[in-house]
Design a protein around this ligand. Structure first.
Ligand code: GLU
Length: 476
């Protein structure tokens, strides 16, 4: 090991060449990068999601650190994979019968180099430190891509909102905020929603925050319109992803007109996708839940079906079968929608929902484009299958950035103490997505000599802005 000029660790040897790139016929990965990956595994045992997300980004950065030694000199990779702060706290609450429960609360403040920590709060039984760190890490790069001044963070709890009364959800949210309030603020850390956290939960948390600090300020995004929310925020993730998809298709002289799209999930994100794909002439034929997927050959199109997705969500039943029962379409119990014939796939549910076999099934079914809308919906093995197949492929951190992009616009509106009309927000959102698309292609062209490596392009473009800011700000 050779110490670098800032006292960090220089080149390290790694036996791990699982992730590599071709270098004159030999399989090599930059040794600084492989050393970081090796250390990451040692330092974070039991955090598979975080290691997966970090490995995927680090692998893309091999070409960047090869080209520019400053990132190694300033120990940027060591620093960027370590959250600035991870807060873990007890969340006690009482159910309607008076029984006491304890959940674990988290806020991972990952990186504040380019702005206050920013990212959603997730309530789901699967939440743990690994999931929080993976999401906070991804958020850092995603937020950087939006070109807005937002750092990366994520929070949540292993609380399961399913089957809870409104009063129980409110007591939980208040207890969660009784600890979190001291760690957040409009210029410190601005949470929002994510899985299991919608306008209702944000309302309960915002209300408690305001009561505790006795100030009305833009500390959350995704707020109700009447109390500081932005127009279009509910639609933004799905609309933004579809705008990104539109740009990808344009590069192949294609449009959404007449295209068949397979979607997973039926939550807020899928709801936005279904609407925008329909408006642009495409047809979403599947949506899914934990119970299986529905196949609607006529498409999830029209106000009645789109509205029904909201009802499904509000019911708290978490069942896709309800759609099949209501509209008399096929339901495939216990299955994921990746085997159906489609032109485009848009996974909108959750991490690792597409595994290697699903990816093979997608390629076999003739799918020509995969646009990730959930955060990290593909396993590393699935990614490999999709990349090798050569189909057009965009990562979530670029394609789903419209959600947090619109959150950034909500912060701006709050600072200005005004609201923009829907058209204005939508236009800005569209501009943000077109710009992210261009940034990905430019970085891909510069580092890989071809413009459609969206995965590498997104990682590199997101990274460079944050890394350069970290260098400017010294060793902190
Ligand atoms: N949870 C969303 C995401 O994964 C939105 C975050 C936000 O608006 O801060 O990007």
């Amino acid at each position: 090991m050779r110490p670098n000029s800032w006292g960090g660790v220089g080149v390290r040897k790694s036996a791990d060449l699982r992730y590599y790139r071709k270098y004159g016929g030999e399989l090599v990965m930059n040794q600084y990068v492989s050393g970081i990956i090796e250390d990451l595994r040692k330092k974070n045992p039991g955090e598979p999601e975080f290691i997966q997300a970090a490995t995927e980004v680090l692998e893309s950065l091999s070409v960047v650190v090869d080209k520019d030694p400053k990132y190694q000199k300033y120990g940027i990779l060591e620093r960027i994979v370590e959250p600035e702060r991870s807060i873990i706290f007890r969340v006690p609450w009482q159910d309607d019968k008076g029984q006491i429960h304890v959940n674990r609360g988290y806020r991972v403040q990952f990186n504040s180099a380019i702005g206050p920590y920013k990212g959603g709060i997730r309530f789901a039984p699967s939440v743990n430190l690994s999931v929080m760190k993976f999401l906070g890490f991804e958020q850092t790069f995603k937020n950087s891509l939006t070109s807005l001044p937002m750092g990366g963070g994520k929070g949540g709890s292993d609380f399961d909102p399913r089957g809870k009364s409104e009063a129980e959800v409110m007591r939980f949210c208040q207890s969660f905020m009784n600890e979190l309030f001291r760690h957040i603020g409009p210029d410190t850390d601005v949470p929002a929603g994510d899985l299991g956290v919608g306008a209702r939960e944000i309302g309960f948390m915002f209300g408690q925050y305001k009561r505790l600090i006795n100030r009305f300020e833009g500390v959350f995004t995704g707020k109700g319109f009447n109390w500081g929310g932005s127009r279009m925020r509910p639609e933004a993730t799905g609309f933004g992803a579809t705008y990104f998809l539109q740009e990808m298709l344009k590069t192949k002289n294609q449009s959404l007109e007449g295209k068949t799209v397979a979607v997973s999930g039926f939550g807020n994100v899928a709801w936005g996708v279904v609407q925008k794909v329909g408006q642009l002439g495409g047809k979403v034929v599947t949506i899914s839940g934990p119970d299986g997927f529905i196949y609607d050959k006529d498409g999830v199109v029209g106000a009645e079906k789109v509205e029904y997705m909201r009802e499904m969500r509000a019911s708290g039943r978490d069942r896709a079968q309800d759609y099949a029962d209501k509209f008399g379409v096929e339901f495939h119990a216990g299955k994921r929608p990746w085997g159906v014939k489609c032109d485009i796939a848009m996974p909108c549910a959750t991490q690792n929902e597409v595994d290697e076999n699903d990816a093979k099934a997608l390629v076999k079914s003739g799918c020509k484009c995969l646009c990730e809308v959930a955060n990290m919906p593909l396993t590393l093995e699935a990614m490999k299958v999709i990349i090798e197949s050569g189909i057009l492929y965009a990562p979530g951190k670029a394609a789903n950035a419209g959600g947090v992009g619109c959150s950034g616009l909500e912060m701006t509106q709050n600072s200005m103490r005004m609201h923009w009309a829907s058209e204005e927000v939508d236009q800005k959102l569209h501009g943000i997505m077109v710009s992210i698309h261009d940034l990905c292609r430019q970085a891909s062209e510069e580092y890989y000599g071809k413009s459609d490596n969206y995965v590498g392009g997104a990682n590199i473009a997101g990274f460079k802005k944050v890394a350069d800011a970290m260098i400017d700000q010294g060793v902190i």
